[in-house]
Structure formats: structure tokens, C-alpha cells
Design a binder for this molecule. Sequence first.
Ligand SMILES: Cc1ncc(C[n+]2csc(CCOP(=O)(O)OP(=O)(O)O)c2C)c(N)n1
Length: 565
Amino acid sequence: MTADHLSGGDANLLWARQLLAELYAAGVRALVLAPGSRSAPLTLAAASHGGFSLHQHFDERALGFFALGLARRSARPVGLICTSGTAVANLLPAVVEADLDDLALLLLTADRPPELIDCGANQAIRQQGLFGQHLRASLNLPPPTQPLDLPWLAGQLAAVIAHQQHQPGPVQINVMLREPLYPSADMLHQPPPAALNHPAPPVVERVEPHADWWRWSQVPGVVVAGRLSPTAGAAVAEWAAALGWPLLADPQSHARHGATAITPAELALADGELVAALLQAPLIIRCGDRITGKRLNQLLADHPGQQWQVVPGPGNRDPHQRVSWRWYASVEAVVAAHPQAPGATLPWLEVATINQRLADCLPAIDHRAPLDELSAVAALASLLPADGLLLCGNSLPIRLLDQLAPRLPGLVHANRGASGIDGLLATACGAGAGHEGPLTALIGDISLLHDLNSLALLAATTRPSLLLLLNNGGGNIFDLLPVPDTALRERYFRTPVSWQPAAACATFGLRHCQPTDLGAFVTACQQAWQTPGATVVEVVVPAGTTAPALRALGERVARAQLVSD
Ligand SMILES: Cc1ncc(C[n+]2csc(CCOP(=O)(O)OP(=O)(O)O)c2C)c(N)n1
């Protein structure tokens, strides 16, 4: 079949098919779709391609986050197809997070043709420029005209794909389509076209070692691990151990298992003597960005010595403006270029002793111990399956995890770019969809309310999945902040909502339980990870109790003399 003399519906489908063939050749393997008519050619092209894994959801806002989760987990670009109008506008929160965290979302936003824009036509909004400065690249495709110029289409796509491969992040491909939008059944059943462009092979990365590395590698240094892939995290953990340098590892670092990891570092930094010792290190090497902990960020801000940083790029990733040397490169390549010097420094801090003293301060994971947010998160972290994936919510959940988990087996992700409390369950479901092992999502009650319709996504999972809902009656993070009036804090900051999570779960056909002691909680988590489908485990604690408990934990550590003989 030639591209000439097609019906309008068939031409639109062929156009959409070529578009998807180019994305497939560029490595896209997952497409997420929301329903709509303007996007019908794209939807039908996706459904008849055969090579993509397809995920559908009715809500574009959540779908954007679902795609974000898939991209986080797979480290591959993910395509998203939606219709025109406010459907597109709903993608903004996920686009913002993808921009800040370098996640490759390819937004295929169907659009009305130019003659329907700005003339009062229904559902015709200005879609170009809608995402402002949050895109890595954008492309506005005019409606196809016959004869179809498919090489032109492939060439235009190649340019944005190349840009996106160079700097992963969100890209909008606005696809204008003219009616008729539906093809003939004959055209639908044609095999998909071959791609016309094939992306260039990746460039082999070469990192220039620091000129003075042999000298620096002999000093008592510190390694800080931010957000890293599991392989990068493992490389950093091994490197710090080989250098004999203490490692301070973020929850997203995949490096907490390191032999020299002071862990949980954020809790250990409640001890002023340890902070003073670390501040004296002449060099801190920071691998990865997005450090969660307030104390760790403070250490980086106060440290007077040299700080080097390895980040994937681009731009400034140092909110403290302390970095004096930076590689825009993979951590693995930088580590490989900087081996430990012969006869390198021995560990200069007694990491094992520090960790033992820290462990003595942590809540006991004992079946008879009371169930609260601290003991629940400590127990959860100690039980996480090695083949599992945890998506940790923002607000207190990530702060609790950071301070209560000495080890974090499996994969750990969080939306720490913009740190929104929206879209967290959808992100978890997307990450879980690309993962073989059990999924865990740890989310606060107000955060879950933001994303309640993503319970439909959770209900659709067949893999063992656990949603741990920390229900403390509102936004308890504000108890850690100096709001000067209790009544104002309650009304305008904590914003408690009267709702029944059990009833919400029942609405979506989800298993729900509400354990009241730590033993029952542990059993519920273990069962959830072994049972196909999703279980919601709700931990209910009185409002206003978690922040004082977290403060008391910090005070206990401050008195624990982690570094004294
Ligand atoms: C979309 C969005 N809106 C508002 C905020 C500000 N904010 C940060 S934490 C928080 C409260 C979260 O409450 P909850 O999910 O119950 O967690 P908790 O503080 O109790 O741990 C709010 C409103 C945000 N980060 N993102």
C-alpha cells in the first residue's frame, strides 16, 4: 500500500503508526494511554503495534505520574498518549517532576488542527507552550496532508529523540489531527511500518580523573550518596569501603549496605560530635543529587573543605553552592577512573561502633512493642523483600524512612524532584508495573487523598502489592515546623479530613486491614507481599504524636556518644 489516496481516517492512522515506529526504534517499550477521540489514531496505532507494553487509565493527571513511575523504574523513555484540551493540562505536575528528576516522558498530545484553535471551537485550547520551561524539547506536528511525507515525520522525530537521549527529561510531541479520526478495519489490521530512522549508538563515556587524585585519595574523606541507580549505588558503596571513607547514604541511593556506611546517617547526624568530626574531613565527594535529610544538607552547607560532585547533568545541582569540582557523568565511570591509592587510609571513623550505638537508639522491632509511625516504618524497612520495590511518599514517610532504616533492600524510589504530595500512588503503580517483585507504597493520609482515584490503578495490579497508609489525621509534618499557633496549625496546615479509608478501599474492591499492634502489622505486611493483588494496610495513630517521637529519637542519639571511646 502506498501513502497516496487514503481516506482521512486511514491517513491519520498511518501517520500515527509511523510516529510510534520511530519511538519504538528509539527504545521506547511502554506506552500509557488515556481515552479520547482526538487521540484515536494514536491509540489505535499503539493497540495494533504489538511491540509495546500498554497501560491505560482514565485520569490524565494520574496517568502522567504512572508514566513517571515506569520511567523511574525502567530508566527508559515512556510514551504517553492523551486527547486534546484539559487532558493535556492535567499532565503538568508529572512533567514538572520529570523535568527536575531527568525522567524521559514523551508526551504525545493529540490536538485540534490549526483552523480550530482560537476561534471558539470546542475543546480547542492552546497546547503548545502549555508546559512552559519544563520541557527538554518540543515538536508541533501539523495535521498530515496527502501524500503523506513520512520521511519528513521521521526526520522531525529524530531531532527531538536525539535531544531527549542527550538530556533525558520530558518532551512534548503535539500531534494535530483533522477529522475523520477513525480508520477502516482493513487499515487497522495492516502490519506496523518499519522505522525510517535508527538512532546513533551511544557514545562510550570517558571520564578525566582528577589531576591530584593520588594525593586526595589518601586524606580522610567522606562519600555522600544521593539518588543513584542500584548499580551506581553498589559501585559507590564498594568505592567508599575501598577508600576507607565513611559513607552517608540517602534512601534513594541504593548504597546503605556499604561496609563503611554510617546508617541511618540522617539519624546519626543528630550527634553533634559526629557532625564535628565529619566537618573536619578535607574532602567530601557527593555522588548523585537529591539529598533528603535536613541534617545531611546542613552538613554539606557547613563543610568548609573541598566538595566534589558527580551528577548526570545538566545545570547546577548544588543548592549549597559548595561544589568546587563537578563531573557530568555516570557515577560508575567516575568511580572506575578513581581507584584507591596503594596503601590508602584506613577507616578513620569507627563505623561499626557508631552503627551499633545507633541501632540501640532505634525502636525495638518486637511483637509486643506499640504500633506507631516510627515502629511501623522501622519494621517495614527491616522486612522489605530483596526483590521488592518501594515508592516512598513525601512529607513524614520519607523523613521516617531516612532516619529509621539502617538497610534498604530492593529498589527505593521517591518523587523528590518537586516533592509533591500528589500522584504518589500512581507513581508507585507505574514503578510497580515495570517490576517483577512485590511493590510497596508508603504514603500519608493527605497524600493519598490527593490521589484517591489511583486506587483504581492499585486494584488492577495482580502482583503482590502493599500500600502502607500512615493515617495520622492530616499533615503531621507541620508539627515539625514552627507554626506559632496550635489552632491555626490544625486548621490551615494539618487540615484533617473526615473520611474512611476502609470504605474507599471497599469501593475499589481492595483488601484492607488496620492492625493495632506491631505483631499484627508485621504479619499483614508479610501476607501482602505473598498474596497476588493489592492489600492496603492502614496504621492509625493519634494526630500530633509522631513529630514529638521523632524529636525524642534525635535527642536520644544526641546523647548516645556515637564517636567517643
Ligand atoms: C501537591 C502539594 N501540595 C502541597 C504540598 C505541601 N505539603 C507538604 S507535606 C503536606 C502534608 C502531607 O500530609 P500527609 O500526606 O498526611 O503526610 P504527613 O505530613 O502526615 O506525614 C503538605 C500539604 C506539597 N508538597 N505538594
